[in-house]
Design a protein around this ligand. Structure first.
Ligand SMILES: C[S@@+](CC[C@H](N)C(=O)[O-])C[C@H]1O[C@@H](n2cnc3c(N)ncnc32)[C@H](O)[C@@H]1O
Length: 287
């Protein structure tokens, strides 16, 4: 027994398994950039929002969680210099390949670093720091958010702005039973190296851990050919809007603007996402 009557010694197996689950939920969805690109190819409103913002303010932009450049490439095409940071080697490799096909001046505007947005230090400051499309939801614990915001603070120029967007937790969706599989229409899963791909049936299961506020999604792909099915996990922390504001506040940031849509409209009860603009306060501890 330890000091407080708590058993000491190695961590229980369950705790280690949980960490592995979070790690898999942070990485697996990004292991296949071709699938990521195909899945989100119609998601364009957020790209326009971030590009318009950067073009109106001027760069350079630091994008934390830049992935395979869904936003970074259009930014660079629009004349904005971008420094991109991401944890995923496959996503960064795909982005490098995409940049190789761009005009030299576009390619020259993008610098990339494989790193953790909770710890990376580039030694330079930016008027804009972006963290688009739920990358923030991979910050599972308070300490992760604190470290992320310290990274942002270390890279923001005076009066610079952090801009990110997250899904708003939807109580009815969080209440879904983990045993139930939700089917979507079949589709052609892209083949490796641009190959023909194969038609798969697709289902999702949702398992919400309400203590940790983490939504675990299991995406199952079942080839119609009868080949072996596979499952990709994804773990998203659920930040309720007032909790998000409090985290920003107590880490020395003030929210300067919130939108509920990429048309810039104010958030409502119907909004699926929250777009947050925030600035570092001069005195981080000030109220
Ligand atoms: C949904 S994708 C968004 C990618 C890109 N911003 C976009 O809009 O398409 C989330 C990205 O965050 C990255 N990511 C997750 N946790 C990270 C961390 N701690 N540090 C850096 N990148 C991280 C993932 O590898 C993934 O590429």
């Amino acid at each position: 027994m330890g000091r407080d009557g708590v058993a000491s010694g190695p961590k229980p197996r369950a705790a280690r398994r949980v960490d592995a689950e979070l790690l898999a939920g942070t990485t697996a969805h990004y292991d296949d950039p071709a699938y990521y690109t195909k899945t989100y190819r119609r998601r364009l409103d957020d790209v326009r929002y971030y590009v318009d913002l950067a073009e109106s303010r001027g760069g350079p932009v630091l994008e934390l969680g830049c992935g395979n450049g869904r936003i970074a490439v259009p930014l660079a095409r629009g004349g904005v210099e971008v420094a991109g940071v991401d944890l995923s080697a496959p996503m960064l490799a795909d982005l490098r390949a995409r940049l190789a096909a761009e005009e030299p001046e576009v390619r020259a505007r993008v610098t990339l670093r494989r790193g953790d947005m909770r710890a990376v230090r580039l030694g330079r400051r930016f008027p804009l720091v972006f963290c688009p499309f739920n990358a923030f939801l991979h910050l599972y614990e308070r300490r992760d958010v604190e470290r992320f915001l310290a990274t942002v603070r270390a890279h923001l120029a005076p009066r610079g702005e952090l801009v990110f967007d997250v899904s708003i937790p939807e109580p009815t969706e969080l209440a879904r039973k983990p045993e139930r599989a939700y089917s979507a229409p079949s589709f052609v899963y892209p083949g490796a190296d641009g190959g023909p791909g194969e038609r798969v049936r697709y289902t999702e299961r949702f398992d919400y851990d309400k203590l940790r506020q983490v939504l675990f999604v299991a995406m199952e792909f079942i080839p119609e050919s009868g080949a072996e099915a596979w499952m990709t996990p994804l773990a998203h922390r659920q930040f309720h809007p007032a909790e998000l504001e409090a985290l920003l506040h107590y880490n020395g940031f003030e929210v300067t603007r919130r939108a509920g849509d990429f048309d810039g409209s104010a958030p409502t009860n119907e909004s699926a996402s929250l777009i947050v603009h925030a600035r570092a306060r001069k005195s981080p501890r000030g109220r």
